[in-house]
Design a protein around this ligand. Structure first.
Ligand SMILES: [Zn+2]
Ligand SMILES: [Zn+2]
Length: 487
């Protein structure tokens, strides 16, 4: 396989190569690139996969690709895959993730223009008049704020409410807010709040006193400050994923979570996921359809459309979008300089690499995605324990694997667990419960070594979902295991 621009024959017809090679005959299809290659009449304006399109044909091609990804996932099992007719009304409402990037903005626009989402009135279409039935009765659109951007949020809210949908704004720090579940209409209790001490390789857990006066925002910043800059994007991604799946599972009557992840983003996920050690559960991350907690089905209807194409679509339809993914949420003000924009992280590097390579090799994204589609998840979903941090199924013994493959500097001061932690029930290691990638994410920032923790004890607060996950029986199991070892 080659993706370079190798010439088929030498410029002089293959005569100078020493050996006389049979010149390869190749039929050259002459096309007039000034004319749209679909309708053959209009003037072409865009190039997509080496073919030229006029604006109308460009839109209709993307529409077909959108519906071809979305519709099969909504049909009952065993129906025809290539059937482009409308799927039946779904049993619940939709939750749409809207970051403001071209992918999610275009997805919302496509969903509404095709009339797939109703106004929540329960009105049914009059089929005798040629009206089409909606697929979801109503939808809530959720935007997760990492950094405040009033202009963007106001515009997104205006668009969403203009379509008659419900607007919901969540903040990244809400993962530390015990009131979030109640706000979303949930009833369960989150359990005790836990902190983790990143100074030790087994990541001992400590129960934080409820009197801790830190605000959720301060807790988030204290966690991010303690992590090395390269780990922050992975943590922020886990927070985003959790907030979306948690909202979908907690809000009443939600059956589908729709994400506007584009083909370009999928390709970045393949490369950065593999590099970060997420390869084991990666096929699940890449799937167009995935069941998440609370019987909610997660769909990615834009996964066949590249980010450049979605950007053109937004431009054609005059939709505002904000495409820069900013990974530098962290200690205020300090990270915006060198490397702070995420370029030092694997995620940031991958994004730049794929964007750069796509310029000279337009099939980069589809080649990576075709390879990604061949990956098969080796375990069985549902029966395996999941990682408390990323909530993906847990591959067996990540810690053993890491100890065999990784070079770690184990100075005496970091290996020994201090005496006061032993046997007092506080020395529970989070490291045993994490997947390989999250184990790497939760390493301590070398800069944070000298800065005292906000909690004063070296522990940093963990998001509430991690505490809840760890709390659900894992502590007991671990304690039993520890007792047996000691006997
Ligand atoms: Zn055309
Ligand atoms: Zn994990």
């Amino acid at each position: 396989m080659s993706c370079g621009n190798e010439p088929d024959v030498a410029p002089d017809g293959g005569q100078s190569g020493g050996e006389a090679l049979m010149p390869r005959r190749r039929q050259v299809r002459r096309v007039d690139r000034a004319i749209c290659q679909k309708c053959k009449t209009a003037k072409s304006k865009y190039i997509m996969h080496s073919a030229t399109f006029c604006p109308a044909c460009f839109e209709s091609t993307l529409n077909v690709r959108f519906l071809r990804t979305l519709f099969p996932a909504l049909r009952p099992p065993h129906s025809k895959v290539k059937d482009l007719s409308r799927p039946p009304l779904q049993k619940g409402n939709a939750l749409i993730g809207l970051s403001g990037g071209a992918g999610s903005v275009a997805m919302l626009d496509l969903l509404m223009r095709f009339g797939l989402i109703g106004r929540g009135t329960g009105a049914r279409a009059d089929l005798t008049k040629g009206e089409k039935e909606v697929v979801w009765d109503w939808a809530t659109v959720v935007h997760v704020r990492f950094e405040e951007d009033v202009e963007k949020e106001t515009e997104l809210q205006r668009v969403v409410e203009g379509w008659g949908l419900q607007w919901m704004l969540l903040k990244a720090e809400d993962v530390f807010d015990s009131g979030l579940r109640q706000r979303l209409g949930g009833t369960q209790d989150d359990g005790p709040e836990l902190g983790v001490d990143l100074h030790y390789h087994d990541l001992p857990l400590t129960e934080l006193s409820s009197s801790s006066s830190l605000t959720p925002r301060e807790k988030l910043l204290s966690l991010l400050t303690a992590l090395p800059p390269a780990s922050r994007p992975a943590m922020l991604q886990s927070i985003l994923d959790h907030l979306l799946t948690f909202t979908a599972a907690t809000l009443p009557n939600i059956s589908h979570l729709l994400l506007g992840e584009t083909a370009t983003r999928q390709a970045q996920r393949v490369i950065s996921g593999t590099a970060l050690g997420r390869g084991w559960a990666l096929p699940l991350d890449l799937a167009a359809k995935r069941s998440t907690s609370g019987d909610v089905v997660q769909l990615k209807p834009m996964r066949d459309i590249g980010s450049k194409e979605t950007a053109i679509l937004c431009r054609l339809r005059e939709l505002a979008s904000w495409n820069e993914r900013r990974w530098f949420l962290g200690p205020e003000g300090k990270e915006k300089g060198k490397g702070g924009s995420g370029t030092r992280s694997i995620e940031g590097l991958t994004e730049r690499f794929i964007a750069g390579l796509s310029v000279s090799h337009p099939s980069t994204v589809s080649t990576i995605n075709r390879t990604g589609d061949k990956l098969v998840f080796p375990g069985e979903t549902g029966s395996i324990a999941s990682c408390p941090l990323c909530e993906s199924p847990l591959e067996p013994s990540a810690l053993d694997w890491k100890s065999r493959t990784a070079l770690t500097s184990l100075s005496a001061s970091t290996v020994t667990v201090p005496k006061n932690r032993k046997g007092d029930g506080k020395g529970l290691g989070l490291a045993n419960m994490l997947c390989y990638a999250c184990l790497t994410t939760l390493s301590r920032s070398p800069i944070a070594k000298h800065s005292p923790s906000l909690l004063g004890q070296g522990s940093v607060p963990l998001p509430l979902w991690v505490s809840a996950h760890v709390g659900r029986g894992t502590i007991e199991q671990y304690l039993i295991g520890q007792d047996e070892d000691e006997e």
